[in-house]
Design a protein around this ligand. Structure first.
Ligand SMILES: C[S@@+](CC[C@H](N)C(=O)[O-])C[C@H]1O[C@@H](n2cnc3c(N)ncnc32)[C@H](O)[C@@H]1O
Length: 350
């Protein structure tokens, strides 16, 4: 059998069911207060804290999840970092996709074992690692990044995570729109795309819609992760204008962690309120216009002529004021106002 210290950690963890720590492993140490320190086990290595010294050899050969003591008797829980730990701590050039969004991307982007995925941009490689884990060695992820320096950071992060090159990964420097159709085999001899999933995390995904349509298989999934509503809106309109994508679906997710101490079991006071929006649509059969729902215009909607009128900037009357109708909201009736006033006079609560 191959020397386990030369194997990627994932491979080793699969083979070594005892999960004993070996030289080269990253280990996350947490003290009684939950403070985290990540170390890489080395021969003769030591971890120094203001309390004492923990010699790496104390950990080598111990099973994952052990509790070890330093020279002063301070205890540490030792665990191999999970993927989410690694993702959050990886050195970054560009901002990463957070684990909560990566999880949504894998589910709603329908990233399956064996899938052929095109990804752009790559940034720090955070999402790339999640995609590679999901497609496995039988699938393929071709990542395209505009900036050479970011591509280099991504390569280092991905290869550190997998403990070496991943057989299913290709990384190219270029713009998705120019580079993707040039990749050999991405468009079949019949002119139809062969890519199952296109995953975009970049400033202007709407510029990539035409290319995504060229490279996707019929029924393939287009997924974009964007930070702002304006990006989301432009991408939705580009998908609709293209005509060969199903009606887009957009959402965001919130994760609220909980404080668990004694009887104080409650949501944490702080949360990450905004990361980004997700958007998916599916490619129709080539040459087939998507079936779109016929909608009656909402009472507050405006026709093209009105939207383009310079005087009212498309919203409200000539004065450019926004009305509740412009926002698709129901107005407050005179009756409701009278009732509220009456309730106040009578000291009645809602
Ligand atoms: C927010 S970062 C991506 C982060 C990445 N998903 C992660 O988890 O680490 C956006 C990246 O897209 C790249 N980019 C922007 N437009 C692009 C395009 N048209 N083609 C390829 N890369 C592009 C940028 O250079 C940047 O590195």
């Amino acid at each position: 059998m191959e020397d386990p210290t030369n194997m990627p950690p994932e491979t080793r963890a699969r083979l070594d069911r005892t999960g004993a720590f070996v030289i080269g492993d990253k280990v996350q140490l947490s003290d009684i207060k939950g403070r985290l320190h990540t170390i890489t086990l080395k021969e003769g290595g030591e971890f120094h804290s203001h309390r004492g010294v923990l010699r790496h050899e104390t950990l080598i050969g111990q099973p994952d999840g052990s509790v070890v003591k330093d020279s002063q008797g301070t205890e540490y829980q030792a665990l191999r970092p999970l993927y989410s730990d690694y993702m959050l701590s990886m050195p970054r050039g560009a901002a990463i996709v957070y684990p909560k969004d990566a999880a949504q991307i894998l589910m709603w982007g329908d990233i399956f074992p064996g899938a052929r995925v095109l990804e752009a941009g790559v940034g720090s490689g955070g999402l790339t690692t999640a995609l590679l884990r999901a497609v496995g060695e039988q699938g393929s992820v071709h990542s395209i990044e505009r900036r050479e320096d970011f591509a280099e950071i991504a390569r280092m992060n991905v290869e550190t995570f997998f403990g070496g090159e991943h057989p299913a990964w290709n990384l190219s420097v270029g713009s998705f729109q120019d580079y993707a159709p040039e990749i050999p085999g991405v468009i079949g001899e019949d002119g139809v795309g062969t890519i199952d999933r296109v995953v975009l995390d970049m400033l202007a995904p709407w510029e990539c819609v035409e290319t995504a349509a060229q490279v996707l298989v019929p029924g393939g999934v287009f997924l974009a992760y964007v930070a702002t509503v304006t990006q989301m809106s432009r991408t939705v309109e580009a998908l609709r204008d293209h005509g060969e994508f199903t009606e887009p679906r957009a959402w965001e997710s919130f994760v609220r962690t909980w404080h668990l101490e004694g009887l104080a079991v409650r949501p944490d006071h702080r949360m990450n309120a905004h990361t980004g929006f997700l958007l998916t649509a599916r490619r129709t059969a080539p040459g087939t216009q998507a079936l779109t729902r016929v909608r009656r215009p909402a009472p507050g909607s405006h026709d093209e002529e009105e939207l383009n009128c310079p005087e009212n900037e498309g919203f409200g009357g000539g004065g450019g004021e926004w009305t509740e109708k412009d926002l698709g909201e129901r107005g407050v009736s005179a009756r409701k106002v009278r009732r509220a006033k009456r309730d106040i006079r009578q000291g009645r609560d809602r």
